[in-house]
Design a protein around this ligand. Structure first.
Ligand SMILES: *Cc1c(COP(=O)(O)O)cnc(C)c1O
Length: 387
């Protein structure tokens, strides 16, 4: 298939849009509409309204006093995305994109999901806005995540198992894109992370930036100054880019993304094109995207958003890895010491904070983005700890 390259939407050499021409036309229109509405006062007011009344924002920036004492170094603050409706940051983006879809006259929302978390966030927002919702999911994933399939169905979505290929996330992405090209006149593709061709990474960042917009205001209220570092886990990179956004132009603030040591796209990836955009990708010996595995389903992706790729090569952000053992320990420690059970994804950021905080003096400040709550992971952790 012939490919078309667009100059917009680049972060250094990363990003862009490498897709067939018929899909490019749909993306051009989406981009135009996004830029038209994102700063529109009525659109902004409507978004603020639903974030407050439905998602429950703003959420707190909690001082983790006992954790700070236990680790004996920098002060730890937790940004509480776990307290959002549906229990994670993904709803921020789902609401933002649905409001845009409504403005564009779409009647039907499609999305793809691997573990099901983005599918659930999308189905939730669709129920709220009375939109038809179709979620593509690899057939293999529908079996492994039967409860999330049921959740989406309860919320009124149609879940379509994809049998093509290996029946995994990549095959579900292909089906969703096919659907979009066929039905773009009434259909909006709601993408869940800061990945994909332009304008998705820019759009997802825009809707997740509320995290750092709030945390910056909150830390200045509480401490009278900026934090020394902001930490977030990185799968596709949406909670991390949202947690970093308002600090990128503050050189005194270290930005630290944390990955599983089994899916270290940023620490070991090489520039390559994946799913229609250029980013750092983990490749195997044959030069194919590596099959990754993470105990945290949301971090199981061989690539990473283009802006993180750029922040990494320019040195503005740092990226670190933690092991499964460290993650499990952090998961339990935060539960025991603060009464907060974190998502396994978020526990990656907590695990790295545990290593970093004791190396810093007590007058230093760390913000750890708690991307989600751990209820969804309790059963899995039970089995891991009892085997
Ligand atoms: C999906 C998910 C992630 C990973 O996605 P990003 O786009 O990297 O933020 C992290 N934490 C939670 C709780 C998630 O549900």
């Amino acid at each position: 298939m012939s490919q078309q390259v667009q100059q917009e939407g680049y972060f250094g050499e990363f990003g862009g849009s490498f897709v067939p021409p018929e899909l490019q036309e749909v993306l051009n229109y989406l981009s135009e509409q996004f830029y038209k509405f994102k700063d529109d006062p009525e659109f902004k007011e409507e978004l603020r309204y639903y974030l407050r009344e439905y998602v429950g924002r703003e959420n707190p920036l909690t001082y983790a006093e006992r954790l700070t004492e236990a680790w004996g170094g920098a002060k730890i603050y937790l940004k509480r995305e776990d307290l959002n409706h549906t229990g994670a940051h993904k709803i921020n983006n789902a609401i933002g994109q649905i409001l845009l879809a409504k403005r564009m006259g779409a009647k039907r929302i499609i999305a793809e999901t691997g573990a099901g978390q983005h599918g659930v966030a999308t189905a939730t927002a669709c129920a709220m806005f009375n939109m038809e919702c179709v979620i593509y999911m690899g057939a293999e994933d529908t079996r492994r995540q039967a409860l999330n399939v049921f959740r989406m169905e309860l919320l009124g979505a149609t879940v379509v198992p994809v049998h093509k290929g290996q029946g995994r996330l990549k095959d579900a992405v292909d089906e969703a894109l096919d659907d979009l090209v066929r039905n773009y006149k009434n259909t909006f593709y709601l993408l869940g992370s800061a990945v994909g061709p332009h304008p998705f990474p820019t759009m997802v960042k825009h809707f997740q930036s509320i995290i750092s917009e709030e945390s910056k205001r909150q830390i200045i209220e509480k401490e009278g100054r900026l934090p020394d570092a902001v930490l977030a886990c990185a799968g596709g990179g949406s909670n991390a880019i949202g947690a970093f956004a308002h600090y990128i132009d503050e050189p005194s603030v270290r930005l630290i993304g944390v990955e599983p040591d089994q899916a270290p796209s940023l620490t070991q990836g090489v520039p390559s094109i994946l799913h229609g955009f250029k980013c750092l990708v983990l490749l195997d010996e044959e030069g194919q995207p590596k099959k990754t595995y993470s105990i945290a389903a949301g971090l199981d992706y061989p690539g990473i958003g283009p802006e993180h790729s750029h922040l990494k090569v320019t040195g503005r952000a740092e990226y670190a890895t933690v092991t499964n053992e460290e993650v499990l320990e952090a998961f339990q420690e935060l539960s025991r010491v603060e009464g907060i059970i974190p998502a396994l994804e978020s526990a990656h950021a907590v695990a790295y904070a545990k290593k970093l905080a004791p190396t810093m003096s007590r007058d230093r400040i760390l913000i750890v983005n708690l991307s989600g709550r751990g209820d969804k992971d309790v059963e899995q952790v039970f089995h891991m700890l009892h085997k």
